[in-house]
Design a protein around this ligand. Structure first.
Ligand SMILES: [Mg+2]
Length: 287
């Protein structure tokens, strides 16, 4: 059995770009307000609405971790201020969320998660509010958790602990993958989970944080890392991935134990040891 049984994954900027869907959702919401709450829409542009939410989070830190609640509360207050029915906020949020969930996953995401779902418990953990079940990733996660649901946003460990509790596992049996050095990597390892830094943009690691165990450029790098730490447990699921259109020969490479097909995706941090001394050659050193 692989020492890792649970993989938690961040959503925004890890599995899909989030700025575009959020901007589309905010624009659609503002257009809708123009019809249903015209005094508010005319008085407050998108930037004004953002500023109102920022102020609200500062005034009410108890709800700041719940981005959906912040958005809805902000709308309720503003609707009331401008003489509209605050109950419109619920309908407005339904519209916002419908657009918010129209995400476009990175091309590696569905092929790799489809392979991993056979061997690992996959749980999404987000500080945001996207719902994978309403995206192209529906069916890939056994559980999807938001900071709003668990009562705290990362770097608080509540999301990780909720996933561990659900799985009945200890932190060392779990791996977290995410794009943010502090909210993903540091937060996860502080709670005892393994953590990989998914660095799609080739950004420098912040000097003030200890380096990550390993850095991956996309989720193919996750498969390589797991294969190198797994002692081959992935071979079966890697074979199952052979027929995937975008797997790029990944399954064959893993099954053969050479990692050749996907080793461009893992970048070891200079000075950090390889995950295991298997000599499989599945890592690219330095950058
Ligand atoms: Mg993220």
């Amino acid at each position: 059995m692989h020492p890792i049984e649970l993989i938690t994954l961040d959503l925004d900027e890890t599995l899909w770009p989030c700025m575009a869907p959020i901007q589309r959702a905010e624009t659609a919401l503002h257009d809708w307000l123009g019809q249903r709450a015209p005094r508010l829409a005319q008085a407050m542009a998108l930037g004004d609405l953002r500023a109102h939410r920022r102020d609200l989070m500062a005034q009410r830190p108890a709800i700041a971790h719940d981005v959906t609640l912040v958005r809805r509360t902000s709308l309720e207050l503003l609707l009331e201020d401008f003489g509209h029915d605050p109950a419109l906020a619920a309908e407005a949020m339904d519209l916002f969320m419908a657009h918010r969930n129209q995400v476009d996953p990175y091309p590696d995401v569905i092929p790799v998660l489809s392979v991993l779902a056979a061997d690992f418990k996959l749980v999404s953990v987000t500080n945001g509010n996207a719902d994978p079940a309403k995206t192209p990733l529906r069916g890939l996660f056994r559980l999807s958790l938001t900071a709003g649901e668990v009562g705290a946003a990362r770097p608080d460990p509540a999301l990780f602990q909720a996933a561990l509790d659900w799985a009945g596992l200890a932190p060392h049996q779990a791996l977290h993958v995410g794009d943010h050095p502090l909210y993903d990597v540091q937060a996860a390892r502080d709670h005892g989970l393994h953590a990989l830094w998914l660095n799609r943009q080739g950004l420098p690691w912040p000097e003030e944080l200890d380096p990550p165990t390993a850095e991956i450029a996309d989720l193919h790098g996750l498969l390589t890392w797991l294969a190198d730490t797994a002692g081959g447990r992935l071979a079966a699921s890697a074979n199952a991935g052979k027929g995937l259109p975008d797997s790029g020969g990944l399954g064959a490479g893993l099954a053969a134990g050479d990692g050749n097909a996907s080793n461009d995706s893992v970048i070891l941090v200079p000075g950090m040891p390889a995950p295991t001394p298997t000599g499989a050659g599945g890592q690219r050193h330095g950058r």
